[in-house]
Design a protein around this ligand. Structure first.
Ligand code: TRP
Ligand code: SF4
Length: 342
């Protein structure tokens, strides 16, 4: 296994690590923005994909949030498997099942200046969003990027597929690694972000981004009927008030979704019929819903098979945790040596 036994660390390990917080069922934006890329990376890398449930605890506010973690993990892993994350080729596991990550988090916190963490933009945003101050915020939230660094380097991963928003975390991870290696000797490779080249997936409401919190999304797991119902609520060109007016596809989010999910031959027709007032927006949305349903049909079928076999899913996660743990224990052994704890 590439991650094991490599003590010389400047060379590439070819190991990919990425994680998602257990937010439950994923949507089209998560699919095109991350998951699809995870699936492709399996062809060229040794991949490790992790459900980061401990990270989810950093923003927990009530018992309901806690109660949702387990079912959310299950729903999200069903989406991963349905999308083609392949347990034969990749390690798929739940973060808390490999507790070594918390050991490494603690040890890395000894080489991480507090100022670095307080300056991370996602930290400042979260503090603001949660109506906290730097005095009242959980210590765990401050350490979020340290835990993320531990996730990655526990497996000596050098390639981390993430979105733009995670770049500051990866920058910090490299700084922590440099400090660790400088103080204790070359141990870890510096992880590089691998930006997912995905177009922006607009929300049904015309917002810039499809997101669960905005409730403007289409779940991968939705039924065809639910999908159609939701797509019919989508905003269109706001200046097109009547059926006999030409529309402007370039400002219409339904059109931008057509570009992603309808066959290329149909996209041209949509454009032409819209700009000549030959199609109404309701028909156009029905057409889009059909395209999305077509696009997702194979994924939904596979998902249903996994859903009917929860024992199999449990086995995959247990097996993934065992494999991850074997690597993690080796790394912790090495870190203990380096830090004078062995
Ligand atoms: N912080 C990431 C996010 O919110 C999730 C994450 C946790 C992660 N650990 C990771 C991503 C390690 C990549 C690598 O999306
Ligand atoms: Fe948008 Fe389609 Fe209506 Fe044109 S016809 S404005 S592309 S929904």
């Amino acid at each position: 296994m590439a991650a094991q036994g490599s003590t010389s660390t400047s060379k590439a390990t070819g190991v990919v690590f990425s994680g998602m917080r257990p937010t439950g069922r994923l949507h089209l934006g998560n699919y095109l923005g991350a998951l699809e890329n995870w699936v492709h990376l399996q062809d060229s890398y040794r991949c490790i994909y992790c459900v980061v449930d401990i990270h989810a605890l950093t923003t927990i506010e009530n018992p309901q949030d806690v109660a949702e973690i387990k079912p959310n993990i299950h729903e999200m892993v069903l989406d991963w498997l349905a999308a083609g994350v392949d347990p034969q080729r990749s390690i798929i596991f739940v973060q808390s099942q490999v507790p070594e990550v918390m050991t490494l988090h603690t040890l890395l916190s000894m080489v991480t200046p507090l100022g670095w963490l307080l300056r991370v933009p996602t930290f400042k945003d979260k503090v603001r969003q949660m109506d906290e101050t730097e005095e009242t915020v959980n210590y765990g939230l401050v350490g979020y990027p340290v835990l993320q660094t531990a996730d990655i380097i526990l497996y000596k991963a050098d390639t981390v597929p993430v979105g733009q928003d995670q770049l500051p975390h990866l920058e910090l991870a490299r700084e922590i690694v440099r400090r660790f290696n400088f103080r204790f000797g070359e141990t870890f490779p510096e992880p590089q972000a691998k930006l997912t080249e995905a177009p922006l997936i607009v929300g049904l409401d015309g917002q810039q981004k499809m997101s669960k919190s905005m409730d403007n999304h289409v779940e991968l797991a939705a039924s065809a009927q639910e999908t159609t119902k939701r797509v019919l609520t989508a905003f269109t060109d706001p200046q097109r008030l009547r059926r006999d007016q030409p529309g402007r596809p370039e400002v219409c989010n339904v059109y931008s979704l057509h570009q992603l999910f309808s066959p290329a031959s149909e996209v041209g027709t949509v454009h032409q019929e819209c700009t000549t007032a030959k199609r109404g927006c309701v028909d156009c949305k029905r057409h889009l819903a059909a395209s999305i349903n077509n696009y997702l049909a194979p994924l939904r079928e596979r998902r249903e098979q996994f859903r009917q076999n929860p024992d199999y899913v449990r086995d995959i996660l247990a097996d993934g945790a065992a494999k991850a743990r074997a690597i993690a224990q080796q790394t912790i052994g090495e870190v203990y040596q380096r830090m004078g704890l062995a």
